[in-house]
Design a protein around this ligand. Structure first.
Ligand code: FAD
Length: 318
């Protein structure tokens, strides 16, 4: 007999939203989290609907967690180290022991490929180094923006940021692989400066300015965007045999189910836009499908039954 109706791996916006829905479906859900999520890195989100004036990432996560607890969600602080498909569901190995469940939602997010700069964590916290222009470029309108990136991805991110500032510089980090002539002419056409020299030193000054010494010269920016991508935390899905894209993002169907029956994925590790609102929507979809599947199983083994025709409520007179 499994311990839980569903186990959710990851207590970020995706996993906790799934926990709220499962709790309100009167299901026993366990959220396992190791406390290393992206949402908690957000200094303040201004694009998440429902929070005029914005809300800090850790406050938002704490509030969603509190709401999940109101509906009976259970929490375990642990790291899930292995996930196996078994006949009746899944076996999870965790730093706190083994857990079994018929359904699993993988909501383990992605890891930012942070730029290798000194003091990066505190600079992210202060909004001096940023990682997601879709999230927060509105907050840097008119500022001097540097983008640390390579190849076409760096070029695309620089192009995106020209909506917000006329002072955009792509700092191309990989001198071994210079930009193509096409990429260079795109930058020129869009008024984006290019630096291809090696970074010697970085100084983060006060609250606003970062000074970069590149090839001996000093360049100043108000804000730096890291455009080095994300690594989806999909190792557990691989171990359970679920399909991913070439970039290790989870592939799911319209109900967020992966190629392994009973294993769902929601949030940043799924192919698509990495945003809180999307993660939450995917968590809600996964939880609803699991509840429907549990109901079907209960109907099949006689734990619930359909009402007989004469038990139907009387029809309203026409
Ligand atoms: C600096 C920054 C600013 C951002 N700003 C915004 C913004 O303004 N608006 C917006 O919409 N989005 C923003 N984002 C993106 C947003 O944070 C993500 O889209 C969102 O957090 C995705 O939610 P998630 O639940 O999928 O993943 P996460 O929030 O990353 O949560 C995943 C959870 O899984 C847990 N976990 C992972 N692996 C395991 C394991 N093996 N065992 C146990 N637990 C595990 C982690 O501890 C974590 O708590 C920002 C991101 C960053 C980094």
């Amino acid at each position: 007999m499994p311990d839980w109706d569903a186990v959710i791996i990851g207590g970020g916006p995706a996993g906790l939203t799934a926990a709220i829905y499962l709790g309100r479906f009167r299901r026993q859900a366990l959220v396992i989290d190791d406390g290393t999520g992206r949402a908690e890195r957000i200094p303040k989100t201004h694009n998440h609907p429902g929070f005029p004036g914005g809300i800090e990432g850790d406050t938002l996560v704490a509030r969603i967690r509190e709401q999940a607890a109101e509906y009976g969600a259970n929490f375990l602080k642990a790291c899930v180290t292995d996930l196996k498909r078994e006949d009746a569901g899944f076996l999870l190995e965790t730093s706190q022991g083994e857990i079994r469940a018929p359904f699993v939602i993988l909501a383990s997010g992605s890891k930012d490929n942070d730029p290798a700069l000194p003091g990066v964590e505190s600079a992210v916290d202060r909004g001096l180094i940023r990682l997601c222009p879709i999230c927060d470029a509105y907050e840097v309108i008119g500022k001097r923006i540097g983008i640390l990136g390579n190849g076409p991805k760096g070029v695309r991110e620089a192009q995106f940021l020209t909506t917000y500032s006329d002072d955009v510089t792509l700092i191309h980090l990989d001198p071994e692989n210079p930009l193509s002539p096409d990429d260079k002419s795109t930058l020129e056409r869009e008024g984006i400066a290019l630096m291809e020299s090696v970074i010697d030193a970085v100084h983060i000054e006060n609250d606003a300015i970062e000074a970069f010494d590149i090839g001996g010269e000093e360049h100043r920016f108000d804000v730096i965007y890291g455009a080095l991508g994300l690594t989806p935390r999909s190792e557990l899905a691989h171990r359970a045999g679920a399909a991913t894209t070439d970039d290790a993002c989870m592939k799911v169907n319209a109900h967020q189910e992966t190629s392994v029956s009973g294993l769902y994925a929601a949030g940043d590790l799924v192919l698509g836009l990495n945003q809180i609102s999307i993660a939450q929507a995917e968590g809600a979809i996964a939880a609803t499908d699991i509840h429907n599947k549990l109901r079907a199983m209960e109907r099949e083994d006689g734990r619930i039954r359909e009402p007989l025709p004469d038990e139907c409520p009387p029809q309203k007179a026409g």
